[in-house]
Ligand binder design. Structure first.
Ligand code: PMP
Length: 355
C-alpha cells in the first residue's frame, strides 16, 4: 500500500475472485460458474455485424437491448438498468439504498462480494446465520431492520427460496428495499421479477455471465420500479454512463433474441447437474439441494481443502472457501458431461489413493 492510499479504505478487504489460470486449455475448469457452452450463434453474429464503429461511444441507454429484455422479462424498458456485470449493479444498489440508518442485511454464508461492497462504501452490515442445514429462514428477514440482500438461489449453497417466501419478506415492511440477486435463477428457480409490479421496494439483479455464456463480456441488469431504476441511473451517470461497451450490447441483444438457445443450454446443465449429484452421492458425498449451475459437496472421507488441492494436481479446478461453516465443502461448477466425467474419475482416483 502506498502512503497516499486514503485511510477511508483501512477496513477494506478486497474480494478474491476464483482463479483464472492462463493455460485454461489444459484444465477442467469448474471453479467460477461459467457456462461451458459458447454464446448463442445470433450473439456472435450480432457482435460481428453491429460493432463496426468502436471509435464511437456505446449507447449509454442501451435502448435496443433494454427493449428486448423488457419483452423477455415482461416489464417496461424503463424498469431496467444495464450494467457491467451484475457486480456493478449490486455495487450501485448498496450505494443507493444503504447507509447508517439503513444497514445492509444478508446471510452469513452468501456471495462474498456483499461485505466488500459495504466496506467500500462505509455501510454498516449485519450477517444473519443460515440455519444448520444452510437454509434461509425468511422470518429472520421479515424482522430485520435495514436493506435486505438475498441471493436466490443462494451462493455457494445453490439453495432456493420459493417466490412466496420472498413475497413475505417484501410485504413485511414496504418501507425498506429488498434486493434479490438472481444470478443463478435460470437453472431451476422461479424469478421474482413479476413482483416488481406489486412491490415498489423490490429490486431484482440478473447476469448474462451464467445462463447466457457471457461472463467475459460483462453484462448484468437490474429490474425494479421506475423510481428505483432512476436512483441506480443517477449513480451510473455519476460514475460511468458508458458502463456497457458496444460489443457487449450487441452480444447481449443477439442472446436475448435467441432465447431458445439459452433455454436448451440451461436444460442440459440441469440434466448434467442431477447426473453428477447422483454420482457424487454414490461416492459418499453429501450435497445441498442446488438449483444453480454448481454443486456444493462434502465428504467424510477427505477434507474440503485436501480434495481441492488434490483435484488441482490432477488438472481439475473447483472452488474451495477457507471460511467457517463451509470449509468442508467444495463448490463445483457444472460443465459439459465430459468435464464432469473427468471430475468424477479424478475424485474416484483420489479416494482410492487414500484407502
Ligand atoms: N451474484 C452472485 C450470487 C454471484 O455468484 C456472482 C458471480 N460471481 C455475481 C452476482 C456477479 O456476477 P457477474 O458480475 O459476472 O454478473
Amino acid at each position: 500500500m502506498s502512503r497516499f492510499f486514503s485511510h477511508k479504505f483501512d477496513a477494506l478487504t478486497p474480494y478474491v475472485p476464483g482463479e483464472q489460470p492462463g493455460d485454461k486449455q489444459q484444465l477442467v475448469k469448474l471453479n467460477t460458474n461459467e457456462n461451458p457452452f459458447p454464446p448463442s450463434p445470433k450473439a456472435l453474429l450480432y457482435a460481428r455485424e453491429h460493432t463496426r464503429s468502436p471509435e464511437l461511444y456505446s449507447d449509454p441507454e442501451g435502448v435496443e437491448l433494454r427493449r428486448a429484455l423488457g419483452f423477455l422479462c415482461g416489464v417496461r424498458p424503463e424498469e431496467i438498468v444495464l450494467a457491467n456485470g451484475s457486480d456493478e449493479v449490486l455495487n450501485f444498489a448498496f450505494m443507493a439504498f444503504c447507509d447508517a440508518d439503513h444497514p445492509a442485511v444478508f446471510p452469513d454464508v452468501t456471495y462474498g462480494f456483499y461485505p466488500v461492497f459495504c466496506q467500500l462504501s462505509g455501510i454498516p452490515y449485519r450477517e444473519i446465520p443460515l440455519k444448520a442445514d444452510f437454509s434461509i429462514d425468511p422470518e429472520d428477514y421479515c424482522r430485520a431492520r435495514g436493506t435486505v440482500f438475498i441471493a436466490n438461489p443462494n451462493a455457494p449453497t445453490g439453495m432456493l427460496l420459493p417466490v412466496e417466501a420472498i413475497e413475505g419478506i417484501l410485504a413485511s415492511d414496504p418501507d425498506r428495499v429488498v434486493v434479490v440477486d438472481e444470478a443463478y435463477i435460470d437453472f431451476g428457480g422461479v424469478s421474482c421479477i413479476p413482483l416488481i409490479k406489486k412491490y415498489p421496494n423490490l429490486l431484482v439483479t440478473r447476469t448474462f455471465s451464467k445462463s447466457r455464456s457471457m461472463a467475459g463480456a460483462r453484462l448484468g441488469f437490474a429490474v425494479g420500479c421506475e423510481a428505483l431504476i432512476g436512483d441506480l441511473n443517477t449513480l451510473r451517470y455519476s460514475t460511468n454512463p458508458y458502463n456497457v461497451n458496444s460489443l457487449t450490447l450487441a452480444l447481449g441483444l443477439g442472446t436475448v433474441l435467441e432465447e431458445s438457445y439459452t433455454q436448451r443450454n440451461c436444460a442440459e446443465i440441469i440434466r448434467v447437474r442431477e447426473l453428477t449429484a447422483e454420482r457424487l452421492k454414490a461416492l459418499g458425498f453429501r450435497l445441498t439441494d442446488s438449483k444453480a449451475n454448481f454443486l456444493f459437496a462434502r465428504s467424510d472421507r477427505i477434507s474440503g481443502g485436501e480434495l481441492y488441492r488434490k483435484l488441482k494436481e490432477r488438472g481439475v479446478l473447483v472452488r474451495h472457501f477457507d471460511k467457517p461453516r463451509i470449509d468442508d465443502y467444495n463448490r463445483i461448477t457444472i460443465g459439459t458431461e465430459d468435464q464432469m466425467d473427468a471430475l468424477v474419475e479424478a475424485i474416484k482416483a483420489i479416494l482410492e489413493e487414500r484407502t
